[in-house]
Design a protein around this ligand. Structure first.
Ligand code: ATP
Ligand code: MG
Length: 400
């Protein structure tokens, strides 16, 4: 009997089998199911060639046909359906140069990185475990499928993936695997930074991040990561105990406070940050700087967009654990605010013009509104039209 999580997806496997193909749940979803962890996405491996998968389902997105991957949409969810394959060389360290589609799952499982990721499950819930992945799950061990040196050389991203699983799962890394990671680690510099970022973000978001950081330090693999390659001592500024971060912007902000002499531009350039990430980093740094100088107050919470609450609280706690800041503290201040945006202010430009009919329009109007907005937020003056106008009369704009 299949677990609830797979019930909706099993339709896809059943349909592939009705057409005479083999199909299995595979990889991370089987691993996480056996670990009783939340399953992030369900991947399916099949003997059906991608063209057949496309024909068989009405709602498909051909995301990577040359690698045999098609996304099938079913009941508003996406499933990656990939044809059983053997990977060719990884000469660009990004994608295999060529892939060969095959008929059985065995060889497909063999190309996967770690034993715990090389598990497959059929539509009745039977597990295929060719490399003792279940034993490694039980013993909490990360171990390559096959010889580590060859597998890491083939795709050095697997070195970073091993670290990220140690951080997400709290597993140990098998000693041979670990020593092979170290040997091949200089090859990390050949990887596309976009691939690295995905894994490094998951690494810093892992529930067992301290386990991951210990491996990152002891193996000295950080010496081959962008930015750290130039400032390896940054790693030793990481506090002994840290908590998980929520995204790559948070990683940049975290290191910015550990080592402010490395400019955020260096982080942005070396890690190819998006414009959105750059905005987030700058906003979070402005907020943290303000908070460190003034503490939590109404004006601060008013200015901090609610979409940054979680990141802000996480960063304060990881950088300044003795502050013991909680999101509830921020939310209760937010809830107590008399206004939540400039639009709610009970005075506007028209009021200013009628109060000072002889004054020319100009920047003074914005200045007064900015000023009064802050006074209203800080409860210095009630947000009532008459009272605000009185306040402005007593605090008129400068004569020029
Ligand atoms: P997550 O829960 O983060 O999605 P995952 O194990 O599913 O973890 P993915 O990156 O989604 O990781 O990859 C899906 C599966 O594809 C893996 O479980 C593994 O079997 C295989 N895989 C992914 N990347 C590699 C790689 N670089 N080398 C070998 N196998 C890989
Ligand atoms: Mg996955």
């Amino acid at each position: 009997m299949l677990d609830q999580t797979f019930q909706e997806a099993v339709h896809i496997i059943d349909k592939l089998e009705e057409h005479g193909f083999k199909a299995y749940f595979v990889g991370g979803c089987v691993r996480d199911f056996l670990l009783k962890r939340k399953i992030s996405d369900i991947d399916i491996a099949t003997s059906a060639p991608p063209e057949d998968v496309q024909r068989m389902f009405s709602n498909v997105i051909p995301v990577g046909l040359e690698h045999g991957t098609v996304i099938v949409r079913h009941l508003h969810k996406s499933y990656e359906v990939t044809t059983f394959r053997i990977d060719g060389n990884y000469s660009d360290n990004r994608h295999p140069d060529n892939v060969e589609f095959i008929q059985t799952i065995d060889e497909d499982l063999k190309r996967r990185d770690f034993t715990i990721n090389a598990l497959a499950m059929d539509n009745s819930g039977t597990i295929i475990d060719l490399f003792n992945g279940i034993k490694d799950l039980d013993q909490k061990v990360i171990r390559t499928v096959g010889k580590g040196s060859a597998r890491f050389h083939e795709d050095p991203l697997r070195i970073i993936r091993a670290l990220r699983f140690s951080s997400q799962l709290g597993f140990v890394i098998n000693p041979n695997t670990l020593s092979d990671m170290q040997t091949i680690s200089p090859e990390i510099t050949q990887l596309a930074v976009e691939r690295l970022r995905v894994e490094i973000t998951k690494f810093f978001g892992g529930a067992y991040i301290n386990n991951g950081i210990e491996y990152l330090k002891s193996t000295e693999i950080y010496k081959y990561l962008p930015v750290m390659i130039n400032y390896p001592y940054i790693m030793y500024e990481i506090p002994i105990k840290v908590s998980p971060l929520g995204g790559f912007s948070e990683v940049v902000v975290f290191f910015h406070y550990l080592e402010p002499s490395v400019s955020i531009k260096e982080w942005f350039d070396a890690w190819k940050c998006s414009n959105q990430e750059k905005r987030d980093v700058k906003q979070l740094i402005t907020s943290i700087d303000y908070y460190l100088e003034h503490g939590l107050n109404k004006w601060f919470v008013y200015c901090l967009s609610a979409s940054y609450f979680d990141a802000f609280v996480r960063l304060i706690n990881v950088l300044y654990p003795n502050h013991r800041l909680t999101k509830n503290e921020v939310i209760s201040i937010h809830d107590s605010l008399v206004i939540h945006s400039r639009e709610e202010l009970q005075v506007n430009g028209h009021d200013l013009i009628s109060l000072f009919p002889n004054k020319r329009r100009g920047p003074w109007m914005q200045e007064i509104l900015n000023d009064i907005e802050k006074h209203v937020v800080l409860n210095h003056v009630p947000n009532k039209n008459n009272e605000l106008k009185d306040w402005i009369k007593w605090n008129p704009p400068a004569t020029n």
